[in-house]
Ligand binder design. Structure first.
Ligand SMILES: Nc1ncnc2c1ncn2[C@@H]1O[C@H](COP(=O)(O)OP(=O)(O)OP(=O)(O)O)[C@@H](O)[C@H]1O
Length: 606
């Protein structure tokens, strides 16, 4: 199939959704983890309170036993300090333990939902989305979301609580000095708002660039042979380095924005503490404040440094997560346009009668002609009788693969209808339709699994005998020679097979369930003429009871068929037996002659 993949929809669907709105969308997934996250936040707040109590104990020591020179009075405060230290450490440990497991479960459930959605989404969605963009959403965006839930969200609550409690303590110790520190909040909030809008755009850009980079890596790994053969590795490396450079620049811009914010965030408390120190020392000198209270004030104020300093980091991670959430929901919100009807018509007993009535189809991104997307198929009428084999022949790019993809609803027709056993296929339950219509694609995709598992994708509950029968039909006897027979692992993580071997396994997968309709997109193109003849002999036994539409490029494949349909300019231009068309339709004769010359030349060269 000639397949073009237009540019990725990398721009956010709604670029100015607020961070809170984007984060709120995570709630349904995060809800099961909320009790544990709440407990984790409580543990962290209590730990922080322990930490904030330290300076008060020190105040007690200075103003009590030390001022009165009663060293015996030091014991109790010392024991209290040890207890507070142990409690703080234990609670921080508990905070992490409480948050880790539930947030990992959230990440896993979001990933499972994404995977499920990707399976449901129509092929037209996958035509538009590069794999790297989906991969980066499934891996790095979900990790960002988990880290935010486990740490960012908890610290956001804890640090806010710490700030409020700490400022409360400061005001109790000395209200004028405490108010100076409390006033810090005003510039911090204003600054954070200003910074957020700039950072949000960069966060989104960076995550999209990670997706683009993943796409380049994926393409260069899948196409490594072609790159090497054409000596184009350096070309792709340059493109990779350019994109990696773009990502680096965006990350640097993020750092710049955040470092300015951090510098201000760190400077503001220093200034506030400096002013408080001067005023505090004067109060101690004037005797209106005890030395212990001043030490306690500064001890507590130092305990507020981390909650204030971390604002920059927390805002960054919140914005990264908001962008990750937007990206995740762009996929989750994509419409599933090919679905089972709400009330499917019960499928009649399968006879295998297939009727295409004035079928029209255009791709969503087809170029417009007179304001309408140009039709690839412009009114196909074709009747396949039960058990009949029809070969579909047409020039390259004439729409044969497109037509074959309509029959089990990989795409839906955009006009006309397709009927199976007298029922419009859109009125049938999708699973029922796909169990009755089997497809063998020209490009045989095998999965990283055993031979048995790959074949049984066509019939999950099939037995070994059925697998062997299907392999016999497709003449895939080479399986017996594989090191572990049916258990041999193939696909990307397993043994490499030749193109012809892979096509024969894909054919076995298509015929194992004895479908009532079999659609074959030039399934024997990688076989030599002799093996093709053997496979065709095997197929004839299956095809006798199955209605078959076979896309044919060679006369030898056409020979399998009872009738041949010629596809021209988006319509069926002629239907008849091979010999009828050979004698009456010059376009058909020319097409097959040129194809067979090419096939013979390829055989001779091989
Ligand atoms: N996903 C897609 N999006 C947009 N246009 C597409 C898509 N897939 C195919 N096309 C276009 O539709 C037309 C028909 O393509 P199709 O693959 O069906 O032709 P074909 O007859 O099977 O070709 P071939 O014999 O070379 O395999 C071509 O012009 C092709 O560029």
């Amino acid at each position: 199939m000639t397949n073009s993949k237009p540019t990725a929809p990398t721009a956010p669907a709604n670029p100015r959704t607020t961070t809170t709105a984007s984060l709120k969308r995570l709630l349904p997934f995060a809800r099961p983890a909320l009790p544990a996250l709440g407990a984790s936040a409580v543990a962290a707040i209590v730990a922080t309170v322990c930490g904030l109590t330290f300076p008060l104990v020190i105040q007690w020591i200075i103003d009590g036993p030390i001022a009165r020179r009663q060293l015996g009075g030091l014991w109790w405060p010392a024991v209290l300090l040890v207890i507070l230290g142990v409690a703080e450490a234990t609670l921080f440990w508990a905070r992490r333990m409480l948050a880790t497991r539930p947030t990992m479960r959230v990440e896993a459930s979001m990933r499972a939902a994404l995977y499920e959605r990707l399976q449901q989404l129509p092929v037209s969605f996958h035509d538009r989305w590069p794999a790297g963009q989906l991969l980066s959403r499934a891996v790095s965006d979900l990790s960002t979301i988990r880290r935010f839930l486990a740490f960012g969200l908890v610290f956001l609550v804890v640090n806010l609580a710490t700030f409020v409690i700490g400022v409360g303590i400061l005001i109790t110790l000395s209200w004028p000095l405490g108010l100076i520190v409390a006033a810090l909040a005003i510039p911090l909030v204003l600054l954070s708002f200003q910074y957020e809008s700039r950072y949000q755009i960069l966060a989104r850009r960076s995550q999209d660039q990670v997706g683009d980079l993943a796409t380049v890596v994926e393409e260069s790994v899948l196409g490594v042979r072609i790159l090497k053969a054409f000596g184009r590795s350096s070309h792709l490396r340059r493109s990779f380095l350019r994109q990696a450079g773009d990502l680096r620049d965006t990350e640097l811009s993020k750092s710049k924005v955040i470092s300015v914010l951090w510098a201000v965030i760190i400077a503001l408390p220093e200034i506030a503490l400096g002013i408080a120190l001067v005023l505090g020392v004067r109060q101690v000198a004037a005797g209106t404040l005890s030395a212990g209270t001043l030490v306690a004030f500064f001890g507590t104020a130092m305990g507020l440094r981390w909650p204030i300093d971390s604002i920059g980091w927390l805002l960054a991670i919140a914005n990264d997560t908001a962008a990750a959430s937007d990206r995740y929901f762009e996929v989750m919100d994509a419409p599933v346009t090919v679905t089972s009807p709400d009330h499917p018509i019960p499928a009649p007993n399968p006879s295998g009668r297939l009727r295409l009535k004035d079928v029209r189809f255009h791709f969503a991104d087809a170029a417009a002609v007179d304001g309408h997307p140009a039709d690839t198929l412009r009114g196909i009428d074709l009747d396949l009788h039960p058990g009949e084999t029809v070969a579909l022949v047409g020039a390259t790019g004439s729409g044969k693969t497109t037509l074959s993809a309509l029959i089990n609803r990989l795409y839906d027709v955009t006009g006309g209808s397709i009927e199976l056993d007298g029922v419009d296929i859109r009125d049938l339950d999708l699973d029922v339709l796909r169990s009755r219509v089997s497809v063998a694609f020209e490009e045989p995709t095998l999965f990283s699994a055993s031979v048995r598992e790959n074949v049984l994708m066509g019939k999950p509950d099939g037995s070994d005998d059925e697998v062997r029968a299907a392999l016999a039909v497709s003449r895939a006897d080479f399986v017996d020679e594989l090191p572990w027979g049916l258990d041999t692992r193939i696909g990307e993580q397993g043994m490499s097979l030749s193109g012809g071997q892979r096509q024969r396994l894909a054919l076995a997968r298509a015929v194992v369930a004895h479908p009532s309709v079999l659609v074959m997109d030039d399934p024997l193109s990688a076989l030599d003429i002799h093996t093709e003849a053997e496979v065709e002999a095997g197929l004839r036994s299956v095809l006798a009871g199955t209605t078959t539409l076979v896309i044919a490029h060679r006369a030898s494949t056409v020979m399998l068929a009872d009738r041949v349909a010629l596809l021209q300019h988006g319509r069926i231009a002629a239907v008849g037996t091979h010999s009828e068309l050979m004698s009456t339709v010059p376009a058909y004769r020319d097409l097959l002659a040129s194809r067979d010359d090419a096939a013979r030349a390829a055989e001779v060269n091989a």
